[in-house]
Design a protein around this ligand. Sequence first.
Ligand SMILES: Nc1ncnc2c1ncn2[C@@H]1O[C@H](COP(=O)(O)OP(=O)(O)OP(=O)(O)O)[C@@H](O)[C@H]1O
Length: 469
Amino acid sequence: MTGDSATVWVVDDDRSVRFVLATALSDAGYVVSGFDSADAALSALDARPAPQLLFTDVRMPGEDGLKLLERIKQRHPELPVVVMSAYTDVASTAGAFRGGAYEFLSKPFDLDEAVGLAARVLGERAEADATAAPEVEPAGDVLVGDSPAMRQLFRAIGRLAQAPLSVLVTGETGTGKELVARALHRESPRARQPFVALNTAAIPAELLESELFGHEAGAFTGATRRHIGRFEQADGGTLFLDEIGDMPASLQTRLLRVLAEGEFFRVGGRELIRVDVRVIAATHQHLEALVEEGRFRADLLHRLDVVRLRLPPLRERRSDVPALAERFLHGAAERFGAAPKRFSQAATERLLAHDWPGNVRELENLCWRLAALAPADTITTSDLDGMLSSAREAGGGDWDAALRAWARDQLAAGASDLHAQARERFDRALLEAALEHTGGRRTEAATRLGLGRNTVTRKLGASRRPRRS
Ligand SMILES: Nc1ncnc2c1ncn2[C@@H]1O[C@H](COP(=O)(O)OP(=O)(O)OP(=O)(O)O)[C@@H](O)[C@H]1O
């Protein structure tokens, strides 16, 4: 395979279907993510680049697969979606194709058929891409930044890309560590080989070893086929290990040995596998402190940390905020097929003053929400009200504790109309979340909240009017 492996998403509430299909697809060399509901897949679509192919079940708790298909087609009309269902009646299949499905798979299906289908779809895409006029690089892959800190980083990436050294990328969550790893790969002599990413924290500890090193059929209960691990998938290319600080101790030992020797056995295997992989690790944690606490091996840290790239938090490079915001608003506009919105001068100043506890990811999510929700082409400060998180909100989901703290502060400050104020904010938070979720459709947002459409319209008016003055 040349270049980055294609990404495929599998949406099915049935864990076993998800597992076998994801395993078969990743054995075939694709980078696969699984989701147990339409909602989970849609939130992921908001937060990360879209996959090249998506498989979805039809009947799932919450929104069904056809609804998911409809929403995907609104946002990513070009993304091929394969609909899978045990209910192969005309209504289901016709519904799927009418909704823009690329193909319909009847359950139970043959795994080889599913993998063959993926290869066909992705092969067609690759051909189409190769003959198409060159496009600007997708927003997701370009590192934006002109601050002194980012310029220094770009120089370091340019230099480091050429040498096959291990790199440790550190920085708070959402600062762009994965993007830096991709840039190091893209600029390196390995660029035509695979870039394979694995988030150590996202995989259950008991599956991590086989995810990294693969397993043979029969290695453990449930291992019905040979599975090629990420190390082998990345052979000749780059392996990005995200959240390395979360790696369990036993695996740290094994990883250290593999890095030292360049060879390993698959789980349950007897054949010694040799690979040539450049490892880039990332963490938002302070690894030296973990070493002191005995939670991270010092020798592994030294092996990964041949060169360290520190990504500054966004609040330390505020001058990058306007260019990043513009980039994200353009990206969103392109996806929605609309003209890009822009921030008013005052709104830009608000963005510059914000501390961005969620860093670039927070800014990106904000821009996407505003691209969908802000009523006019120019985004004003009132559109931003309630949208910029405080460090406390970003950190935890305990909203009634936050509410109590807010009430105490207000009372201490002598406020007297607390209930009205709190209700206004409560309504606005629910409404905005629901409208965001439904892509701005009010009737549906009302249904999901259990409110009448008129109530929603009234509340929207009530919550927007005072802020718009
Ligand atoms: N300099 C940048 N220019 C453009 N986009 C960026 C930049 N930095 C981050 N992003 C975008 O912000 C989002 C978060 O970046 P990324 O996933 O690389 O962060 P991270 O540091 O790896 O986060 P985490 O630690 O949570 O995994 C991504 O969508 C990425 O495309």
